[in-house]
Each structure stands twice: as C-alpha cells, then as structure tokens.
Design a protein around this ligand. Sequence first.
Ligand SMILES: NC(=O)c1ccc[n+]([C@@H]2O[C@H](COP(=O)([O-])OP(=O)(O)OC[C@H]3O[C@@H](n4cnc5c(N)ncnc54)[C@H](O)[C@@H]3O)[C@@H](O)[C@H]2O)c1
Length: 369
Amino acid sequence: MSLSQSINVGIVGLGWPGERHAEALNASALGTLYAACDLNAVRLKAFAGSFGPKRLFTSFDEMLLDPDLNAVVIGLPNALHYPCSLRALQAGKHVLCEKPPTMNAEQMRTLHGEARNRSLIYYFGRQMRFSPAMQAAKRVIAERRLGEIYFAETMWIRSRGTPAGVDGWFTDRSKSGGGAMIDLGVHAIDAAWYLMGTPQPRAVSAQTYQKFPQLVESKVFDVEDNAYGMIRFENSATLLFKVCWAANLTDDVPPDPKRGRSLLSTTVYGPKGSLKVTDVFNINSSICPSPLALFEDKVGDLVKTDLAVQDLRGVRLRAFEFAEQDTNFLRCIRGEESAVNSSSQAVQLMEILDAIYRSSQAGKEVPVI
Ligand SMILES: NC(=O)c1ccc[n+]([C@@H]2O[C@H](COP(=O)([O-])OP(=O)(O)OC[C@H]3O[C@@H](n4cnc5c(N)ncnc54)[C@H](O)[C@@H]3O)[C@@H](O)[C@H]2O)c1
C-alpha cells in the first residue's frame, strides 16, 4: 500500500472488543474505520452512533465485496473466526482476528498458509502483550536481569465469572470450541509464553473440569470452567497454568466487583531473579500493589523492587493496549514493522491448546504435535 494512504478497515462483531478496535482506529492516522457489520441491528445502530463508520452491513460476505475495504477486524464468536478469516483472506483483505485465533491448530495452519501465499497479514488479537507492564517486563528480560528463564507460572482465575455472550455462546462448545481454557487460558498462557521468548512447546499434562453448572443460565453448558496443567518446552523450561471461570478461591486472590474474586498474573523465574506481572484490574489491592515486581538475589538476600512502568496519564489501559496493537497491525500492512502477534505464533498457541484438551481427555501427558 502507498504510505500516504489510510487503510480502510471493517469490523465484524461489535461487542466489547469490536468497540475497542473502533476507538483505536478512530484515534489512528494510519487506518480508517471504514465499515462495521453485525447481525444484531440494535448493536449496529448503537455502534454507528458512537463510532461513525462510513458503511454499515448485516452480512459479512457483502462487506467483503467492497473493493475499497483493505482489512477486517473479526470480533465474532469463536467458531466464526476460522471461516470468516479464511473468506476475508480469499477476498484479498488483511485480517486481525480476536482471540482465540481459531478453534484448533489445523484451522490456524490453513490460515497461516493462506495469508503467506497471498502476501496478506493475518494477525491475532492479544492486546495484553502491549501493556506497559508487559513491555517493561520484556525490556528487563532482554537486559538479562533474570538470567535464562527456566520456569513460569501463570493464571487467570475468577471465583464467579462464567461469561455468556450474545445468546450464551461462550458455554456452547459448538460455538466456542471450549470453555475457560480457550477463553481466559489463551491470554494467561500467551502472557507467560511471550515473556519466556516463545520457546517451542514439546509436551503438555493438563486436566479440565466442569464444576459450577449452577452458575450458568445459558441453555447449553458443555465446556470446562476450570483447567490446570503444565507445559514442557524444547529448551527444558516449564510453565504451570491455572485457569478458571468459577472456583471457591481463597482470600489471597483480590476481590473483583463483577466476578467475586479474580487475578490475572504471570511470574517468570531465572537464576538471577524473577519477575511478576499483574494485570491492572487487581492493582491497588493490598494483595497486588504493583503491576511489575522484580525479585533479585543480592548477595544472598532476595530483594523486591516495584518497577516503574509507562504512566498512561488518564488513558484507559485497555484503550492503550488496543491502540498499540492495532498500530502494529496497520504498520505490518504498510510493510513498516513485523507482527508482534504473528500467524506462526498463533499456530503454536493453538497447538498448545489442542494438546491441553487432548491431555485432559487421555488423562496423561501428551506431545504437543
Ligand atoms: N481481546 C480481548 O480481551 C477480548 C475480550 C472479550 C472478547 N474477546 C473475543 O472477542 C470475540 C467476541 O466476544 P464478545 O464478548 O464481543 O461476544 P459477544 O457475543 O458480545 O459479541 C459477538 C457479536 O457478534 C455478532 N455476530 C454473531 N454472528 C454474526 C455473524 N454471522 N455476522 C455478523 N455478526 C455476528 C453478534 O450479534 C454480537 O454482536 C470472542 O472471540 C472473544 O473471545 C476478546
């Protein structure tokens, strides 16, 4: 694309992430919120009023026919990520698709190949890689203040936070591909894997559970609400994960006004130090006072330092993350940057998720591929 041209983007699926992408595009000089699409007429109208896209659609395929559309952002229920990403790529549009990239690794491999063969960008949505705390953590790791990372633990746990989505699709496997693991687990595992330097995954031992059906009002609930396990990597590093939509969490997990208690946190360990990143909604709680803490061995003493992260000066954290992420996507299309959230990493992430579900079914450790 010519560097003077703004990239025309259409968003399909106008829930919470659809709105965040719209804010990011409206604030960007690189892209234009050109089109919006949703089956739900009420949402479409409200979105049009708030964000002002030039064109409105209720059919994704009609939106793809527009020759002036350059790229799409997909914020649809999970089962639609693969078919809609594929159709968009086949129509010659670049794609930014919300997490999880697809329902399984095979689908993601097809998208990766399709994008590469057509010289288009496929980009997966994982805005939290761009938080100031994550970016500062990456810098500390690059400075080798931890040494070689050999272990990490990551969690996104909620005591009462099973989502529904429009029509209750989150708890319906045919529409979601899975439960807490594919919803929150993608974020939690990716946070640790990204900080570890995205090592090649080798094997997984995991167990998923469904333990809180009484909390779900949706018609279908055939997915897990808890998942726990361990991932082994080729470099011999290991990652422990804990993920739940609902559990009787103890009082070392901070209160959350909407979800009982909740915590999203990732810690990576090296011989020289360890680093803990805590997501912002828990900050200011006495249990998690700072978003980035370094624990270093100083001549035998373990010293904690709360590290400074970029001050957002009144900007909402998620708005900042989406703006940074979507800018990277637009710059990739312009050929100015490489993708932080690349399609090859999306394949590996889906391979990890597939192995987690396979391991749980088999009741034993399984190879990742
Ligand atoms: N990045 C994040 O932090 C984040 C946060 C929340 C959700 N998500 C992801 O975003 C996606 C959407 O989640 P949500 O919470 O907004 O769900 P949602 O149910 O609130 O919204 C989905 C929207 O898609 C629309 N839709 C469904 N089928 C359609 C079709 N065929 N054509 C056009 N529109 C259609 C629905 O009408 C609805 O407005 C999911 O994949 C979810 O995992 C990401």
